[in-house]
Ligand binder design. Structure first.
Ligand SMILES: Nc1nc2c(c(=O)[nH]1)N[C@H]1C(S)=C(S)[C@@H](COP(=O)(O)O)O[C@H]1N2
Ligand SMILES: [Mo]
Length: 197
């Protein structure tokens, strides 16, 4: 029986891991915000999920902390062409916020404190592919990076990961958000370079 060894003895995480086309790796964590950083106190933070029929489901900071969180390590890809490997976050899978939500809608708009919006198909937020995140690299999420709470959707360009998350609204049709209304792609898959529409 043959014995197979994985790789060739060395571990080359940066060199071996493919990047989406047109991206380069960065070691730092750039801040990209379309406006000023809103001052969102965890004590007054709320997340509202609103269905197409107007039903609302609401969580506050204590409610969020009581939900089962995960530590996740993911790669992120900004449409401005930087990517970052192995970013570590703590957050609650978005699935948990939809457990008691009755909806026939297929699309979500994420709303932020400060007014930013971005659209994502509901399926892309479920099955453990997206998180409501509140820690980065073991520390509370910094305000400039979306603290106290941001959406994390690492498989899409990072503009979909709404900082200062305050709401997820359900829609029967795909409603373009802030950048999508300004020429960015409705979906934003980095692997097929869906940068602009
Ligand atoms: N509320 C809000 N969320 C946002 C943005 C923003 O301007 N406002 N910018 C988006 C863009 S274009 C990117 S690349 C990432 C940047 O996140 P970072 O500043 O933590 O790197 O946040 C996304 N989420
Ligand atoms: Mo971005």
């Amino acid at each position: 029986m043959a014995v197979f060894t994985r790789g060739f003895g060395g571990h080359h995480p940066e060199a071996d891991r493919p990047l989406p086309p047109g991206q380069h790796l960065t070691a730092d964590f750039p801040v990209l915000s379309a406006g000023p950083t809103p001052n969102v106190d965890a004590a007054r933070w709320e997340l509202t999920v609103r269905t197409e029929s107007g039903a609302e489901h609401r969580w506050d900071w204590a409610g969020l902390q009581a939900m089962p969180a995960e530590d996740v390590t993911v790669d992120i890809h900004c449409v401005t062409r930087w990517s970052k490997h192995d970013t570590r976050w703590r957050g609650v899978p978005v699935d948990a916020f939809f457990e008691d939500v009755e909806t026939a809608a297929d699309f979500v708009v994420a709303h932020s404190y400060g007014g930013y919006t971005t659209n994502v198909p509901l399926d892309d937020l479920l099955d453990g592919r997206a998180w409501v995140a509140y820690e980065y690299e073991g520390d509370p999420l910094e305000p400039v990076h979306g603290g106290p709470v941001r959406l994390l959707v690492p498989h899409l360009y990072f503009w979909k990961s709404a900082k200062w998350l305050r709401g997820l609204t359900l829609h029967e049709h795909d409603e373009p958000g802030f950048w999508e209304q300004n020429g960015y792609h409705l979906y934003g898959d980095p692997w097929s370079e869906q940068r602009y529409s």
